[in-house]
Ligand binder design. Structure first.
Ligand SMILES: Nc1ncnc2c1ncn2[C@@H]1O[C@H](COP(=O)(O)OP(=O)(O)O)[C@@H](O)[C@H]1O
Ligand SMILES: [Mg+2]
Length: 265
């Protein structure tokens, strides 16, 4: 297993946001995590990526115990993530946003800082080429010099994906990457995720609110409710699982959301 989590627990005061979760992802997998609002999905990511420290449990990544590690150290080990709320530098170009994603990662680890200036320059050139290839891959090469603030919401979501990829991760964790997108753009984004996975040999975990979105992309879906893992399995079985349906209905979701969930096929 690339990621192996046992008994993971996080409390905020009296609230247990993540409760005794067992979770394992194999290399090359695209895993979905779904659950109603407030079920602990983002907290789960924050525990893995080091933003929060767990109260109990263990996170083992690629054979190393990273429980309670610092975010930059965990990132350096090969875990990249996007955030539910977009964190794009609007005044900087699309390419600069990618380079920042890369530097945030290598600053702590690379030997570049101590190499001669010639080497630094060559390295920067090579890096820029690599980032341009990545931009081509996500369909944003023509926008490399455009300020990120001028991009549409769909393009920004792709850029967030590119920025996480700029860290050259082994594991890519996406928190509601399709939020606010039209159905066409959701498909485009998910297709890009699958293509990136194939091209770079990634493992992916994608959080989604609605099962329908991850139905075709993920072989296995994990369901959280009130911080607990209540189901795990192929999407077709998950959507028939009465505990899952109850969890969603119990959350007083909007009618449209419930219908979207139940209809997902
Ligand atoms: N930093 C925090 N302090 C206190 N409560 C938090 C914090 N982060 C999340 N929570 C609470 O933990 C629960 C799970 O939140 P979250 O992980 O964001 O859910 P989801 O991503 O599934 O919508 C919610 O009740 C939320 O209010
Ligand atoms: Mg969330």
């Amino acid at each position: 297993m690339l990621l192996e989590i046992t008994n993971l627990t996080k409390r905020f005061g009296g609230l247990t946001a993540v409760s005794n979760v067992e979770f394992a992802v194999a290399p090359g997998e695209i895993r979905g995590i779904i659950g109603p609002n407030g079920s602990g999905k983002s907290t789960f990511f924050n525990l893995i990526s080091g933003v929060y420290k767990p109260d109990a449990g263990r996170v083992v990544f690629d054979g190393t115990d990273i429980t309670g590690g610092e975010p930059h150290d965990i990132a350096r080990r090969g875990i990249a993530r996007t955030f539910q709320l977009l964190r794009i530098f609007g005044g900087m170009s699309v390419l600069e946003n990618l380079l920042i994603g890369h530097h945030a990662h290598v600053r702590y680890s690379s030997a570049e800082a101590v190499l001669g200036t010639g080497r630094v320059w060559a390295e920067e050139r090579r890096l820029k080429d690599e980032m341009m290839e990545l931009l081509s891959f996500i369909g944003l090469a023509d926008y490399a010099e455009v300020p990120a603030g001028e991009m549409s919401i769909g393009q920004r979501r792709l850029l967030a994906l590119g920025r996480a990829m700029a860290m050259r991760p082994k594991l890519l964790m996406l928190d509601e990457p399709a939020a606010g997108l039209s159905p066409v753009n959701v498909d485009k984004l998910l297709n890009t995720v699958v293509a990136l996975k194939e091209r770079y040999g990634l493992t992916v975990i994608v959080i989604e609110h609605i099962l329908k979105v991850v139905m075709e992309t993920c072989q296995t879906v994990t369901v959280l409710d009130h911080g607990e893992k209540i189901a795990e399995g192929p999407p077709a079985a998950i959507k028939e699982d009465h505990r899952v349906i109850e969890a969603y209905l119990g959350k007083e979701m909007g009618d449209a959301d419930v219908r979207a969930f139940l209809r997902s096929a």
